[in-house]
Design a protein around this ligand. Sequence first.
Ligand SMILES: [Zn+2]
Length: 283
Amino acid sequence: MFAAQSLQKTIARPLEYSGIALHTGKEVKMRCLPAEANSGVIFRRVDLGQEVEIKAEPGNVVSSRRCTSIGLKEDPAITVHTIEHLMAALWASDIDNIIIELDNPETPVADGSALPYIELIQEIGVKELREERKILKVEEALWVEKGDMYLVILPYDGFKVSYTLVYDHPVIGTQFAEYEQGLNDFIKEIAPARTFGFEREVELLHKRGLALGGSLDNAVLVADDRTVNPLRFSDEFVRHKIMDLVGDMFLNGFIAGHIIAVRSGHYLHVELARKIHEKHQQK
Ligand SMILES: [Zn+2]
């Protein structure tokens, strides 16, 4: 069940992976390195002449449109985009501390889910560090809302997400799914769920320089009355939203609480992560 006390972890040895980035469409080289206790998740850009590090934490999020992007406060032009799937994979792999080197401003998209990253970490293994993990326990209800989107976290002795997805689209409609650590298997039930996009939006996204790397290999493409490629789960969309949410919540490291989401996306996820962070700072 929910492990209240455990040691911090990092990866057992370095790992390398290359692949295309979802939005820029560029080939990205990623290298992950073990990190010391209490260092957290550090993204390191290695393509800028000098190495620049950006820690994955709520205060460093510079954009939450379409994906979650972190950046440098001193120079907001230096960013790392689309960190959420990788963050979810780290959460699922029980990794507290890691350095992720990238030679591009965006992570590789892999197959559009968190599973390939988890499998890479499973191959090289995980190492315990001699430092207790600190789990952030939410002690009061916190919520954010915007229009018809809601996101709440309630105190809970565990980690649970209840998600309601509402899309005015015949292929998606309303989907509800729940994930609870200890009861559900994240790696089997949530991590394989891929990102999705709408056929009718592709042209517009491309014009804006977005989704340039998107293809049937890394996203579910939704046409007006069907999905162009087959789904992995009949409710893959809501499962993917849970994965995004878990990845964004990992901006605060491991937390305990019950999160209830209705139509939320990266914007609200980051707003709630900031609120949780602020409350925690005051203590
Ligand atoms: Zn996603």
